[in-house]
Ligand binder design. Sequence first.
Ligand code: ZN
Length: 74
Amino acid sequence: MAQQVHDLTDTQWAALIDQWGGCAYCGAPGPGLQKDCMLAISRGGRYTIDNVVPCCRSCNSSKCNTELTTWMRR
Ligand SMILES: [Zn+2]
């Protein structure tokens, strides 16, 4: 099993939320925003600032493991 690297700090996470202003997909301001990987962990993505966006629970559950580009094309 490949070791996963999670180097997203709380500070980076807070900056991301501030940058996006809420859910990256629908704009919901939260609360309850979750870390969502643009490239899914199952596809080799990692929890880094380059790969994580804020995502509300409803978007996260509807998106599941679908890759971001695939999901947005629907
Ligand atoms: Zn959303």
